[in-house]
Design a binder for this molecule. Structure first.
Ligand SMILES: Cc1cc2nc3c(=O)[nH]c(=O)nc-3n(C[C@H](O)[C@H](O)[C@H](O)COP(=O)(O)O)c2cc1C
Length: 369
């Protein structure tokens, strides 16, 4: 049966139902208060996407310990004080019939010591790419255990705040990715040494979270399936093995973060599309597959579903068009970047978020139109 972007969908392990296959991608928007609590601006931005018919809304990456915070305006889930303000966010999303998922994050060597006042730790010692200076030290086992507990506690808090589930952020060069990568994990203990052991940190976090959430709330994982930019040490075939273990662990969904949903793997440029490898790997398992990257039109969305995805996470097109699902339903072609500041303000972006988007090439137009 042909999948359609507007099919309703059930997250298979939790049984939660979303009105369609479209997800607002997790996106850092720097709109939280300096102490990490959610702001009215952030709630407004996210609620507009639920109102605009995104079936599932993901939050930005939320830090699970204070020393994992990586940027100004990031939202936190590192203590109980965050729970009550977040209820306002989850209620706002639920009012429109969408599901809402908290993305759980730790920056590892990419946390910001100027914001946290703490030293940086990672899987192994990490040296600055150009100066060669030591920037993060290898974590002792006790700290690894603390991190696992911090992810678990954050997941419990997310449930208390009314979220429908959590997503473990294991992509994009942050802490869990630093454990998965052969370039940043040189350990020889339980947490590294072989590809399988490099996956142990992610699997330990997943297991601890599932102890509380499995079968009741959504539990998803996001990975980067291969090297990108300066984040190296991730092999495509190893990522397929990671996926296999995650499917066997019965995640509700696995997000393959491709940045271009229609790309072929760098390792196999003449093979099928990257997403198809993961869809083939999943055969016989219940989990859903999600991906994201440069999806602006309904045709592109349908093509990515055809290639094997079950859920589509939409990032920049959803920033620019809060009601993108409705545009697609009515067969209206959304405008493409760049966008004027006025347009983005009308789409619910506050000034700090618009300024942040200026760092994304060709997204905000230089001159007002
Ligand atoms: C402004 C911005 C912030 C982002 N922040 C996050 C984040 O907090 N967590 C995450 O996993 N991905 C993050 N991403 C990646 C998106 O979730 C998405 O995978 C990526 O933008 C590709 O989709 P797109 O081409 O539709 O934008 C961010 C992307 C953008 C544009």
């Amino acid at each position: 049966m042909t999948k359609r972007f507007d099919d309703s969908i059930i997250y298979p392990i939790s049984g939660m139902k979303a009105p369609n296959r479209l997800v607002l991608a997790p996106m850092t928007n720097q709109q939280s208060h300096p102490d990490g609590t959610v702001s009215e601006e952030e709630i407004r931005f996210l609620e507009m996407r639920a109102q605009g018919e995104f079936g599932t809304v993901a939050t930005c990456a939320m830090y699970v310990t204070d020393d994992g915070k990586a940027w100004q305006g990031q939202m936190g889930l590192s203590s109980d004080r965050f729970i009550s303000p977040l209820r306002k966010l989850t209620q706002a999303i639920h009012r429109h019939g969408s599901l809402v998922i908290a993305q759980l994050f730790h920056g590892g060597s990419r946390a910001n010591p100027e914001l946290t006042g703490r030293n940086l730790w990672s899987a192994s010692d990490i040296f600055h790419r150009s100066s060669g200076q030591l920037i993060a030290r290898e974590a002792p086992e006790t700290l690894i255990e603390e991190w696992i507990t911090a992810f678990e506690q954050a997941a419990i808090r997310a449930c208390e705040a009314g979220f429908d589930g959590v997503e473990i952020h294991a992509a994009h060069g942050y802490l869990i990715h630093q454990f998965l990568s052969a370039a940043t994990n040189k350990r020889t203990d339980h947490w590294g040494g072989t590809p399988k052991k490099r996956m142990n940190f992610l699997l330990a976090i997943l297991k601890r979270i599932q102890r509380h959430l499995k079968g009741k709330k959504i539990v998803g994982v996001r990975i980067s399936p291969e090297d990108f930019s300066f984040f190296t040490g991730i092999d495509f075939d190893e990522s397929l093995q990671t996926a296999q273990l995650l499917f066997e662990s019965e995640v509700d969904y696995l997000d393959i973060s491709l940045w271009n949903a229609l790309k072929k793997p760098e390792k196999y440029p003449d093979g099928p599309h990257a997403i198809t490898y993961f869809a083939n790997q999943k055969v016989g398992h219940a989990s859903l597959i999600r991906t994201a990257g440069e999806i602006y039109t309904r045709e592109q969305a349908q093509q990515v579903l055809h290639l094997g995805a079950d859920l589509l996470a939409i990032g920049r097109a959803a920033i620019a068009h809060h009601h993108l699902p409705e545009l697609w339903r009515r067969d209206i072609l959304p405008s493409l970047p760049p966008y004027s500041e006025n347009h983005l303000a009308a789409q619910g972006l506050s000034k700090p978020f618009i300024n942040y988007m200026k760092r994304w090439k060709n997204f905000v137009s230089e001159t007002e139109q």
